[in-house]
Design a protein around this ligand. Sequence first.
Ligand SMILES: Cc1cc2nc3c(=O)[nH]c(=O)nc-3n(C[C@H](O)[C@H](O)[C@H](O)COP(=O)(O)O)c2cc1C
Length: 411
Amino acid sequence: MTVNTPLCFRGKSILAPMVRVGTLPMRLLALDYGADIVYCEELIDIKMLQCKRVVNEVLETVDFVAPNERVVFRTCERERHCVVFQMGSADAERALAVAKLVESDVAGIDINMGCPKEYSTKGGMGAALLSDPDKIESILTTLVKGICKPVTCKIRILPSVEDTVNLVKRIEKTGIAAIAVHGRKKEERPQHPVHCDVIKAISEAVSIPVIANGGSHDFIREYMDIETFQKATAASSVMIARAAMWNPSIFRKEGLFPLRKVMQDYIKYAVRYDNHYTNTKYCLCQMLREQLETTQGKKLHAAQSTQEICEVFEMADFYEETTTIFTAKKTSLETKIQDEDDQMEDPDVIKMAVRFDKREYPPQITPKMYLLEWCRKEKHPQPIYETVQRPLDRLFCSVVTVAEQKYKSTL
Ligand SMILES: Cc1cc2nc3c(=O)[nH]c(=O)nc-3n(C[C@H](O)[C@H](O)[C@H](O)COP(=O)(O)O)c2cc1C
């Protein structure tokens, strides 16, 4: 069923953004177990801007693929109405360009303003934004005005309660749909106690939904604790990171599932969505934690492919069955595309033999930039590219719509 109502951030249990952890298998599993909204891992604007949007017909996903062919962000219909795309950005125009790129495939856009790591802050992103409220304002207002999906941001608290509340009040004025507050200062580590009182002061001072975060260690060990944390912070919703990384069935009303079942459920999604084995392994290791020294833990550590991971968890048959289905699907798609290419010509698309020769362009300038500039001058909407990867030869083919006409290069 397709749900088109905008995301509501009240009374929700939310999977927090987590680098490497919050990829598609984890997000889908959290949803299965009862999460209402799932955030993807933080993805940096510059990296996203190099990506192409590709419809993957074999997996039935939408992939954002980097020039080196690595999938940077993979999503699917199941989560389209509840996945929030978290971005690292320090630039309003770049943030808007990325938001537009992913907007139709996600339910909301979030800006990370809490990451204290140097790789984020030295580029002016993450927690560095907290000391630049003008930039926060410019990024958020640009996004709120520029896209149709709800915009949120995730912050950490400042040294004083008063400054934090004032900052959130200013952020509220940008028109964002909700704000996630990790109740720690940027110097504080995850094992430091979370400041529920500060989240509470924020919740009481603003009208937009406040999403409380930071409770995994002190509060949240099972489902019932989610409500305790919500009450302690007077927040509208709760966002969970580590407790969900250790066992995503934390979102289950009926209680935690044993880790073995959770790991097998996770692996099913990892295989089904062709997750990179290093990412699958990383997430499973986070779940195993103190059991990493067991025989199973050691075997997992040694695994060098998805197939080997499946063998560790006695899921070799599942791997075999799933990959056989994919191979058959790929073959049938290849045949279909070959037939279509041979027989069917889309009369709406103008085909021209346009070759891209780098030497004909100034350094750093691409044909896409020229076309964008031309559209601006001629007052046409910006060009829309629809790109698919041909399963046959894995080449990317785009059709561009300019001034209501579709074009395609035959080369
Ligand atoms: C492995 C890991 C990766 C994280 N990556 C991100 C991220 O990409 N973006 C972000 O805003 N916070 C990130 N965080 C911070 C969490 O979203 C969250 O704010 C923090 O862990 C506190 O919540 P918790 O007590 O529920 O763990 C990460 C945390 C962990 C443990």
